[in-house]
Ligand binder design. Structure first.
Ligand code: EPU
Length: 316
């Protein structure tokens, strides 16, 4: 997929920016990568988004704790990128944006449990499970986000959702301490885990022994179904709207005749009407205008007010 197109968006500074020196003071001792005025489009599957004041990729979980504690002391907000159902507005995000891109380890634990750090991609975890003949994650085939993003969103498909596989999560709380939370203590709803405040840095999934070829075939078949029905080769943020009870948002948008509708470089996918794709240089403003157009048309035609699955953050 296309790389970043830095400079395509200009930061709209609503509040006073901190100097580089101030940021360096706040982040002193952090061992990971620190980038200033960093374009966020390359950190989202939509390839859209204005800049972060500071983007931090902590080296490990201890480093996450340090960033969180020091940001709290300086009263600086933190936003974590990594999910796919995300639209960052063109003005970008003030404060610290955290990417878990360096938290990528996976290990097998007793009783068919896998532990994956938050930055591990769902496809990587599924591949790891297949190689060990562990069944249970097949529902997630084709979901491109990180495992942490999948927990926060309770990501799911028609075959299942994250809560079906989750054993526990490891979080860094707002004080910068590591806490483990059993899945049984987390209320889940459609596309949402009701987690305490903090950052998910690791995920335990409970799997079961299975037949290697059968697991692999299920994943491949489901991935093929997704490839046949969804625009997986174009930048997108997954499904834009939640499915209304008993129906499919994609079917409703399609029935309203909106497949292929376009504003700027944002387009309702011609393959699946609940996806919007970035044809090259789409801005968040284009996507938001297209969302308004689609919601109005579906409401007028069917009376259904579509709710957003997409999370919208940042400044206009
Ligand atoms: N349909 C249309 N036109 C379209 C798209 C779909 O008529 O443009 C019809 C299909 O023919 C089918 C029905 O709508 O009869 C349902 O379509 P599909 O099987 O594609 O499932 P979906 O309800 O649209 C859900 C999830 C997807 C997940 C798929 C496959 C939501 C909002 N969507 O889509 O999740 O990939 O099932 O399991 O829960 C996501 O969450 O980001 C996402 C893409």
């Amino acid at each position: 997929m296309g790389g970043a197109k830095s400079g395509a968006t200009k930061p709209a500074r609503a509040n006073k920016a901190r100097s580089r020196k101030e940021w360096e003071r706040i982040l002193v001792g952090v061992r990971g990568t620190i980038l200033f005025d960093a374009p966020l489009e390359r950190y989202t599957s939509f390839r859209i988004g204005g800049p972060a004041d500071v983007l931090v990729e902590p080296a490990d979980v201890d480093d996450v704790c340090r960033v969180v504690a020091q940001a709290k002391a300086a009263k600086v907000p933190i936003f974590v990128v990594g999910g796919t159902n995300l639209l960052i507005r063109d003005g970008g995000i003030r404060g610290i944006v955290l990417s878990l891109a360096k938290l990528k380890s996976i290990r097998q634990e007793p009783d068919h449990v896998l532990y994956a750090e938050g930055g591990v991609g769902m496809p990587t975890l599924i591949g790891y499970a297949i190689r060990r003949s562990l069944a249970g994650l097949e529902w997630g085939a084709g979901i491109p986000g990180t495992v942490a993003g999948c927990v926060v969103m309770n990501a799911g498909t028609r075959l299942g959702e994250m809560k079906d596989s989750l054993k526990a999560v490891c979080m860094v709380d707002p004080q910068g301490r590591v806490v483990d939370i059993p899945a049984a203590e987390i209320p889940f709803s459609y596309r949402r885990a009701h987690l305490p405040p903090g950052i998910v840095v690791g995920v335990w999934v409970q799997l079961r022994p299975g037949d290697h070829d059968r697991i692999e075939k299920t994943v491949k078949d489901y991935l093929q179904y997704r490839k046949d029905t969804q625009p997986l080769t174009q930048p997108s943020a997954g499904c834009v709207f939640k499915n209304p009870p008993g129906d499919s948002a994609g079917r409703l948008v399609d029935a309203a005749g909106l497949k292929g509708a376009r504003i700027g470089d944002a387009q309702v996918s011609e393959k699946h009407a609940n996806f919007m794709v970035n044809l090259g240089h789409a801005r968040a403003g284009d996507v938001l205008a297209l969302i308004r157009k689609v919601r109005a048309a579906v409401k007028k035609q069917t009376g259904v007010a579509l709710e957003l699955e997409l999370k919208i953050v940042g400044q206009a």
